[in-house]
Each structure stands twice: as structure tokens, then as C-alpha cells.
Design a binder for this molecule. Structure first.
Ligand code: CUV
Ligand code: SF4
Length: 628
């Protein structure tokens, strides 16, 4: 797959996009085209609607137009405020997801429902919860309560900040970004960006960072850790990916969205013998569950459930005519699905009180009755099988890969080498050794969404390949992970894209060169990995020869992620410019000056080949400074 200049580099996507065109069905690409030209004020972040005197916009092209809002807010203030609000919304989404997982853990009343007891007790220990004389369910309740406290506690900083290297913690305290309770920091962004409040762009960004930190080192980390405790910590396993995982003769259920609570229950319900029997009575051979977007990542990582596709494939999945039900919870669900399902038999089922869509069937999910509700939803899908209309069109395209690289899985994998050299196991030593010796030059996280401003998947894949050939290990999450597995980059065969050093490491450790670390909230796994490596070398995250890239990002969550990564000391390359270009001060601060404060910064580069060059230069620079 090359960067061909067309809408996508994914063959299945191309095929169904053509089908959509022939059938006159509107997709994200058509709506993007109809939207051109997009509003220049919005694009630059120069439109303010924060009060009833507005909307106000700053005119950059001529000095004759307004140079300040009606209240006198400058371009710096307006741009910074808009950016901060986006970050807060992103952090809110991830954190509220984390809260729901914590609530699910809180309500567990049966030990059998806790899949990683070891991790539960480890976290209890980390948080100073005494476990002696308590049973597992009791400990789970107390851990969940502590986690829920992180959202609204009256005093004190986020507990997980302590997982960072000491130097980093000190830096956060000195620069005033060591976050307190999650909800508090997000509310503070909304307050301080209210009309007539904070006008100092640097201070607005400082508060935005505090909110972003409650995502990566707060809600997301809670989401990841507690999901592992509840549903199991991912371990390497094989998976199939792309729309070709749908099966013509089966009842196809696509779960789409983010929270694993619902999808886990659906996976279990779909295996219920009664429902499988019912499916057979309807003329199907069985029930096939596949995942999309981050929900897809969650259940693929834990159960090897096939990955149907990423953000830009959600509409196309329905156009196969083979999907009996698309079940969604929260985030990244296009409202257009309701329109498209009208042309097919597919039932769109919403399940969260936070995300209803006109035209969809709403069956509210309730964690306490999860199995019952999941069975009801699966039954809806089964009974819909006979309603298929017209021809079923499933692209042949699917690929295979190995996924499931949680931090625990990575350490276990590294132990294979440690043990043979009689070194202490359970550390990142082999990884550090490989980087120090130069066999590996460094590591890069490729994360984030799809965006019509970039060819679909093409930037993820091209960037990954460009890095692999430079002996840079790639880890990935979110829709970037879908792109990479579809392109075959998580198979052993992908070693052919690697430089000699990386290929050797992959062979020795028996790993693919691109490691799937999970969903977007699982970027918290990467933060912990970076912290472990930094602590091991006695330094800080900003010392490491690493970087992050979101070549096709679109969501507010991605902006929050980018900002907490920068504040954690990481160089973050964005393939799409955020709406900050209207203020030279804000743009310069985020792409240059911020580095002298946090050791990380943003870089904007839409071309994935040039992006790889810039990242590689950054990595070599860090190596030089480390003297390796
Ligand atoms: Ni949370 S946030 S499009 S599904 S990665 Fe995918 Fe991932 Fe972006 Fe959404
Ligand atoms: Fe205009 Fe100021 Fe109100 Fe924004 S806050 S809409 S710039 S008057």
C-alpha cells in the first residue's frame, strides 16, 4: 500500500466506497467535499462564541477587519481558549469512560467476574489499601472507590502522577501542572475560559495541560487498569482484521464505540448456546461478532475478536448488507449511521444514555444486568437475519496479525531474553540494552483517528513503514492500530520492512515490528512504559529517544492526548494542524517554546515521509544527548 493520493490506501474501503457511489449513498468523504471550502476562521481558531455578544471573529488577512472581539479578547486569547476547551472535552470523554469502568468494578459482587486478581492486589498496594483479612470482592470495591475519588476528591494531586519518574513529578510541581481531581481540572478550564476570565494565553494553556493530565495520568489510566482487572490484562494473540472478517452465512454483529463493559457482555452473550441455536433456526450458521474502532481494539486485545475496521469504515460496514446489528456506546460514532441503516436491514442500536441517535433503536445498557441486556441485544440481531435485502457484498480483504501487547505482555516477552542471560526478570533491561547498543534507534507511538484531510490509513501505514526501515520500533493504539494490522504490519512477514537491527530484535523476541498496545485510553500503558524505561536509566521521559505521532487525528480526545504527551516530555507530531494557527504566539508556544519548559513539543507535518525524517532526526538528537 503506497500513498497513492486517493481517498484511502485500504482495498476493502476502496471497494465499498465505489459501491456507495454507485448506489448514491452518501459517506463521510462526500460530506467532506460538500463542506469545502471550510470556514477559515474556525480553521484558525479565530471564532469565539463564548458569550451572547458574539459570535466574534478576528480578521487576519487585512488590518481593516476586527482585530479583537467585542469584549476586547485578542487572537491569542480566543485561540488559546478554543484550544483549551477542546482539550477539556477530550479529557472529559476519556475520563468519564474511566469513571464508568470504575463504577462497573464497584458493583462487582462475584469474585469470578474479576479476571486479573493479581493486578487488583498490586493496585490496592500501590494506593495504600490494606488487603489483609479482606476478600477479593471487598478489595475490588475499595479500589473502585479510591478510583472514583480521583474524580472529585477535595484535596491532593492525582494518585497516578506518582508513576512518573521523580524528575518529571518535580517539574510538574514547579510548573504548576500537577493536576488535582479530574472533574475539578476540567471544570476549571470551562470556568477560566468563560467570558471575561483568563486572557493570558500561556496561563490558559497551563490550565489546559492540567486538564489534559487528568486524561492520560487520570481517567484513561483508571480506564485501562480497571478494565484489565475486570476483563483481563491483554496477552499476545492472533487476530484477523478488515471488513473481510464479516461472514456471509452468519449473523454479523458489529460492536462500535469505546467502553469494554458493553462489548464484553455482547461477546459472552453471542456464545450463549440458546442464541446460537436460535440463529441456526433463522437459517444462519452461527453468530459472528466483530469490533470497530476502540471497542474493536478492546475485545480484540482480550479475546481475539476480529477487528472489522476503523473510524472511516463504520459507514461502509453497513453497506456490506451483511451486518444484522451495529451496537454502539459512546464516542466516534457517526450520526450518519442512522441514515445509512435506512437503506439496509441493519439495526443501529444505541446503548448509552450519553449517546442516543435519532433513528436508532435504544436499548439501555445497565452494568448490573449486563448479561440479560446483552442477550436481548444479540437476539435483536439474530431475529434480523431474515430481513437482509439485496445482495450481500463483503470485500475479500482481511489480514492477520499478532496483537495484545500490554505492558505486562511486553515485560513477559522481554523476560525471554533476560532469562537466557541470567539477568533479573521483570524489567525493561533488554529493551534499554537494544536501544543503548543502537540495534534499535528508538521507539515511536503512532496513534489516533482517520481524517478526510489525509488519505485514509495511508499516513499511518506510510509513517510506520518509514520508521521501521530506520530501525525504530513502532507501538500503536486506536485507529492507527487498525490501520497497521490491516496493512499486515503486525505479522511476522512485516519484518521485511525493517532495518537489520529491528528485524533481528523482532526475531529474537518473536514479536511483530508494530506492537498493538490497545485503545486510545491505553495510551496510558505507553506512559507507564516510558516511565519505567526512564526510571531504569535514572533519567526523565524527555531524555528518551522516542516520539509520538497522530498523522490522521480528528477528535478532541486526540488533542488532550497530544497535550498530556507534550507535558510528559514527548515530541508529538500531528499530521493535521490543530485550530491554533490564528495566533502566532499560541502556535509558536506549542511548537517551540513549550519544549524549554516540558522537554516535549508539537510538530505539524502532513507528509508522512517528511514526518518520519523529522521524527528520526529528533530521535538521533536525543541519542546524541544521551551519549549513545
Ligand atoms: Ni478512541 S478517537 S477515531 S476510535 S482513534 Fe479512532 Fe479510537 Fe480516534 Fe475515535
Ligand atoms: Fe466576542 Fe468576547 Fe463574547 Fe468571545 S467572549 S463572543 S470575543 S465578546
Amino acid at each position: 500500500m503506497e500513498n497513492c493520493g486517493c481517498i484511502t490506501c485500504d482495498a476493502a474501503t476502496k471497494e465499498l466506497y465505489e459501491k456507495a457511489k454507485n448506489e448514491g449513498i452518501e459517506t463521510v468523504w462526500d460530506r467532506a467535499r460538500a463542506m469545502q471550502p471550510q470556514c477559515g476562521f474556525g480553521e484558525m481558531g479565530l471564532c469565539c462564541t463564548n458569550c451572547g455578544m458574539g459570535p466574534c471573529r478576528i480578521v487576519k488577512v487585512s488590518k481593516d477587519g476586527p482585530q479583537a472581539g467585542i469584549c476586547g479578547a485578542t487572537e491569542d486569547t480566543i485561540v488559546a481558549r478554543n484550544f483549551a476547551r477542546s482539550v477539556a472535552a477530550g479529557a472529559a470523554a476519556h475520563s468519564d469512560h474511566g469513571r464508568d469502568i470504575a463504577l462497573a468494578l464497584y458493583h462487582v459482587d462475584d469474585k469470578a467476574r474479576i479476571k486479573d486478581e493479581e493486578k487488583l492486589f498490586k493496585l490496592a498496594d500501590e494506593w495504600g489499601i490494606t488487603v489483609e483479612g479482606k476478600d477479593t470482592v471487598q478489595v475490588a470495591k475499595e479500589v473502585a472507590e479510591k478510583a472514583l475519588g480521583e474524580f472529585g476528591k477535595v484535596f491532593g494531586n492525582l494518585l497516578f502522577l506518582k508513576r512518573a519518574p521523580e524528575k518529571r513529578i518535580k517539574l510538574w510541581e514547579e510548573t504548576g501542572v500537577a493536576s488535582e481531581a479530574i472533574d475539578k481540572e476540567i471544570v476549571r478550564v470551562l470556568h477560566s475560559t468563560h467570558m471575561g476570565c483568563d486572557a493570558d494565553y500561556r496561563n490558559i494553556i497551563r490550565q489546559a495541560i492540567r486538564a489534559a493530565m487528568t486524561d492520560g495520568w487520570g481517567g484513561s489510566m483508571i480506564g485501562t487498569e480497571l478494565s484489565d482487572i475486570l476483563f483481563g490484562t491483554p496477552m499476545p494473540k492472533k487476530v484477523e482484521a478488515n471488513l473481510g472478517v464479516l461472514k456471509k452465512e452468519y449473523v454479523n454483529i458489529v460492536v462500535h464505540g469505546h467502553e469494554p463493559t458493553l462489548s464484553e457482555a455482547i461477546v459472552v452473550a453471542a456464545r450463549d448456546p440458546e442464541l446460537v441455536e436460535l440463529a441456526k433456526k433463522q437459517g444462519a450458521e452461527g453468530i459472528n461478532v466483530a469490533g470497530m474502532c476502540c471497542t474493536g481494539n478492546e475485545i480484540a486485545m482480550r479475546h481475539g475478536i476480529p477487528m472489522a475496521g476503523n473510524f472511516f469504515q463504520q459507514e461502509l460496514a453497513i453497506m456490506t448488507g451483511a451486518v444484522e446489528a451495529m451496537i454502539v456506546d459512546v464516542q466516534c460514532i457517526m450520526p450518519s449511521l442512522a441514515t445509512i441503516t435506512k437503506c439496509y436491514h441493519t439495526k443501529l442500536i444505541t446503548t448509552s444514555p450519553k449517546a442516543k441517535i435519532p433513528g436508532a433503536t435504544h436499548i439501555e445498557f445497565d452494568e448490573q444486568k449486563s448479561f440479560e441486556i446483552a442477550k436481548r441485544i444479540v437476539k435483536e440481531a439474530v431475529m434480523n437475519f431474515k430481513n437482509r435485502k439485496g445482495e450481500v457484498h463483503i470485500p475479500d480483504e482481511k489480514s492477520e496479525g499478532r496483537i495484545g501487547y500490554s505492558l505486562e505482555a511486553i515485560i513477559k516477552t522481554l523476560d525471554r531474553v533476560t532469562n537466557t542471560h541470567a539477568h533479573p526478570s521483570g524489567t525493561v533491561k533488554p529493551l534499554v540494552d537494544a536501544i543503548k547498543s543502537g540495534v534499535l534507534r528508538g521507539a515511536v507511538a503512532i496513534v489516533g483517528c482517520n481524517n478526510h484531510k489525509q488519505p485514509h490509513d495511508s499516513c499511518h501505514v506510510t509513517l510506520a513503514k518509514e520508521l521501521l526501515k530506520r530501525d525504530i520500533l513502532v507501538v500503536t493504539t486506536g485507529c492507527g492500530a487498525h490501520a497497521c494490522v490491516k496493512a499486515g504490519l503486525m505479522s511476522d512477514d512485516a519484518r521485511k520492512y525493517c532495518g537489520k537491527g529491528l528485524a533481528t530484535v523482532c526475531e529474537l523476541l518473536d514479536i511483530p515490528p508494530v506492537l498493538h498496545m490497545g485503545s486510545c485510553v491505553d495510551i496510558s500503558r505507553i506512559l507507564v512504559l516510558l516511565s519505567e524505561v526512564a526510571k531504569y536509566i535514572g533519567g526523565d521521559i524527555s531524555d528518551l529517544p522516542v516520539a509520538a505521532a497522530a498523522p490522521e487525528w480528528m477528535s478532541e480526545k486526540a488533542q488532550a492526548i497530544g497535550l498530556y504527551a507534550v507535558a510528559s516530555g514527548v515530541y508529538v507530531l500531528l499530521g493535521v494542524a490543530p485550530a491554533v494557527t490564528g495566533s502566532e504566539n499560541v502556535a509558536t508556544y506549542l511548537t517551540k517554546d513549550i519544549e524549554s519548559v516540558f522537554g516535549g513539543r508539537f510538530e505539524i507535518e502532513s507528509d508522512p515521509v517528511k514526518a518520519a525524517e523529522k521524527i528520526a532526526a529528533h530521535i538521533e538528537n536525543k541519542r546524541k544527548r544521551l551519549g549513545i
